[in-house]
Ligand binder design. Structure first.
Ligand SMILES: O=C(O)c1cccc(C(=O)CC[C@H]2O[C@@H](n3cnc4c(=O)[nH]cnc43)[C@H](O)[C@@H]2O)c1
Length: 264
């Protein structure tokens, strides 16, 4: 299977490549290390190509849902036209972790998406926020295959929960509370997952999101960021993704739990 991992920035892509390279069976990887190849507008990096059916390509597409969608769609289209389509797309990077009454995503921990949710795609009305689906448009949620989510979360020692995509980083306790009130199963927040998932859905390919928590979601506090710790955790999650995909290939993502999009 071919897997496309889309990150926002180079440091996240490099963490993905490091982790995936670490699990290539000894002596089978290309000693020259990762290879790069171009698609229009973007460059993909393939960790230590090895003679196994699992190929992972990593792409740093930029910050935000639009850049993420553009990068993912370009890579997906190029692969499809070349006759070697991707079978899974993963949005991966650092993110904010929610603290909810039930549980929280601590800095340095990893969250795997039960759902990839567009949290602010809609209209503000006098009665509050209305999602685009209530206005009769599109979708605000994509659901990865449940068996895949379980396998990756278990391999990565990660929590499962909903990952919200926002266009504006949350900066107050009030906004964080409002997001959790609207989506109690939210565990992490980032800016790219829904864009990647929309591109994947357009190609009929399942999508997954993996976030390594760099900061708590809430009042803005740059001093509280732990980007190095989060990138380290992201690299570990990348190794776990490769192991999980070896142990749980697409055939094991049972039909009853197949990926879907849903309108809420
Ligand atoms: O300036 C700030 O206060 C601030 C706080 C958190 C994140 C940022 C960013 O500009 C990072 C955007 C980048 O990183 C991901 N990310 C990391 N933490 C969060 C978060 O708490 N909420 C949303 N996105 C986050 C995001 O996916 C982007 O790629 C600035």
């Amino acid at each position: 299977m071919r897997v496309l991992v889309v990150t926002a920035v180079d440091a996240e892509r490099d963490a993905i490549v490091r982790g995936a390279s670490a699990t290539v069976p000894a002596g089978t990887g290309d000693p020259a290390g990762p290879v790069e190849f171009a698609v229009p507008g973007f460059v993909l990096r393939r960790p230590a190509p090895a003679p196994e059916p699992l190929v992972i390509d990593a792409l740093a597409a930029g910050v935000g849902p639009a850049a993420a969608a553009a990068g993912a769609a370009t890579a997906l289209t190029a692969a499809a036209l070349s006759g070697s389509p991707y079978g899974l797309v993963v949005s991966a990077g650092i993110g904010g972790g929610f603290t909810t009454p039930g549980r929280s995503a601590a800095v340095g921990s990893v969250v795997v998406s039960d759902a990839i949710v567009a949290a602010d795609l809609g209209a503000e009305t006098s009665a509050g926020f209305v999602p685009v689906t209530d206005l009769g448009f599109g979708t605000v949620e994509h659901r990865p295959p449940a068996a895949l989510v379980r396998a990756v979360a278990e391999a990565a020692g990660a929590q499962r929960g909903d990952v919200l995509t926002v266009s504006t980083v949350t900066g107050t306790a009030e906004r964080a509370a409002a997001l959790v009130a609207a989506r109690p199963s939210a565990l992490a927040e980032a800016m790219e997952g829904f864009g990647v998932a929309e591109a994947a859905a357009a190609h009929g390919v399942p999508a997954l999101e993996i976030r390594a928590v760099s900061n708590p979601v809430g009042p803005r506090d740059r001093a509280a960021w732990r980007i190095g710790d989060a990138l380290e955790a992201l690299s570990g999650a990348s190794a776990a993704l490769r192991e999980a995909l070896r142990a749980a290939p697409p055939e094991s993502w049972s039909a009853s739990e197949s990926w879907s999009t849903s309108e809420t």
